[in-house]
Design a protein. Structure first.
Lengths: 262, 188
């Protein structure tokens, strides 16, 4: 009898022990998993976010910084005050109409670049949009296309087309007035100028302006109008920067990368 | 029986206090929060600080400020001590809120459209939304991660492709190349 009891007891003890050890095992497995999860999570955050590389190619840094400061002065003391006066004199409805007009006018750039990126459906929607807004929307001053939701805007430019076909951004270049750009986008910007109906320096062109002065006047109106609508955005953004040039550069490059991927 | 009621009661109150979001109601909770924020913004004659307080009351439970601070500091996070980490996290949260409040001032009558939810990984979810301005549309993506308590929290916001935390991370790492962590904390 004693033997049986001892046997049962040992058995019980044994199972208890083994249960305990499996429990421990499970716990250690869980702990390891948790550790792995944690490191996995940290690693994936590191994969998701890059850091400033010291070897970042920026041969024009000295010029870029100077131009960023120059632009900052122009924006702060000329463009923004002008836009503020404009905002007070021109009714907002009119500002929106002018903005619509310029957006509609840039249709050829968007159409060509959608085609060049093989985005045929988007190119079709852009065409529908242009036809609707030019006719019913009275030369594009009104935007019935956005209200119908059938013809969304598909912003594409040559810089994005080049990026689509694998052209890298190259080094960063800050343009006077226009602000951040890079080698790829500057080339794209120049190419866009050829099909931009709002810009021409040649009398023979069938475009809205036919000389440099008229072109510049039109671009200035578009810029001031847009700034009046985006009132306060630049000053607001600037406050977040510890160092303005790399801050704007970083934002610009992130935004362009997103626009190309889209 | 009494015990069961007590347990249910405890569970209920726990559930109520648990402000963090579960996976299947991220969209609805966020829609509600956004609607509430817009309502707060449309109030008239309310001081800026009251508005901010009301807004942050809604956001604090879904914003993972600590993770944001940690990611934004990148590799440097492991190199600083516990006290510096705490100080930095606090300063960063303050800076983030200050900057957010500033952005709220630009708000006029834009509408927000919550679009879709994408689960990119087991512990990552992106909520897509559009801010509809007068002539432009801005895409805003709220990025959620699942923490150890199984709550989904926001660790980054992407506005037209620009990640807020990525922008800070780059800024901080280039700033720290020739400044100390203390001077960074002070400049925030």
């Amino acid at each position: 009898m004693k033997a049986i009891i001892t046997a049962v007891l040992t058995l019980l003890l044994f199972t208890a022990c083994s249960q305990k050890s499996t429990l421990e095992k499970q716990q250690t497995v869980l702990l390891i998993e948790e550790k792995q999860n944690k490191t996995l999570e940290e690693e994936s955050f590191d994969d998701e976010f890059s850091e400033e590389k010291t070897q970042d190619l920026d041969p024009l840094e000295y010029y870029n910084r100077a131009m960023t400061n120059f632009n900052d002065v122009v924006y702060t003391y000329a463009l923004i005050p002008a836009a503020n006066v404009y905002k007070k004199t021109i009714h907002e409805e009119v500002q929106i109409s002018i903005s619509n007009f310029f957006t509609n006018l840039m249709f050829p750039i968007r159409f060509v670049n959608n085609i060049l990126q093989l985005k045929f459906q988007e190119a079709g929607e852009e065409t529908g949009r242009f036809l609707l807004n030019t006719t019913i929307g009275f030369f594009g001053f009104f935007d019935p296309a956005t209200e119908t939701k059938d013809f969304p805007l598909h912003k594409e430019d040559f810089g994005q087309t080049l990026g689509y076909w694998g052209v890298g951004p190259g080094f960063h270049i800050v343009l006077p007035i226009f602000g951040p750009s890079n080698v790829r986008d500057l080339l794209g910007f120049t190419l866009d100028g050829y099909i931009d109906p709002g810009f021409s320096t040649d009398k023979r062109d069938l475009k809205l302006p036919n000389n440099l002065e008229k072109s510049l006047a039109l671009k200035t109106l578009a810029t001031i109008n847009q700034n009046a609508l985006n009132n306060g955005q630049y000053e607001n953004l600037k406050k977040d920067a510890l160092d303005l040039y790399p801050f704007l550069k970083n934002i610009y490059e992130q935004k362009r990368l997103h626009e190309i991927k889209e | 029986m009494k015990q069961i009621y007590a347990i249910i009661l405890i569970l209920l109150t726990l559930g109520l206090n648990l402000n963090a979001i579960e996976e299947n109601n991220i969209k609805s909770v966020m829609s509600k929060k956004v609607d509430n924020i817009l309502q707060i913004m449309q109030q008239k004659g309310v001081s800026k600080s009251t508005t901010a307080k009301q807004v942050f009351l809604l956001l604090d439970s879904v914003f993972d400020y600590k993770t944001m601070a940690k990611i934004s500091l990148g590799k440097q996070w492991k190199r600083i001590n516990k006290k510096e980490k705490e100080k930095f996290t606090k300063a960063f949260e303050k800076k983030l809120k200050y900057s957010y409040m500033d952005k709220l001032e630009l708000y006029t009558d834009e509408k927000v459209l919550i679009k879709k939810l994408i689960k990119s990984k087991k512990n990552r979810i992106q909520l897509y939304s559009d801010l509809l301005g007068k002539t432009q549309k801005f895409e805003i993506i709220y990025k959620f991660h699942r923490n150890k308590k199984n709550d989904w929290l926001i660790y980054d916001i992407k506005i037209i492709g620009v990640s807020i935390i990525q922008t800070y991370r780059k800024e901080f790492s280039s700033y720290l190349q020739n400044h100390s962590i203390d001077s960074l904390i002070n400049s925030l």
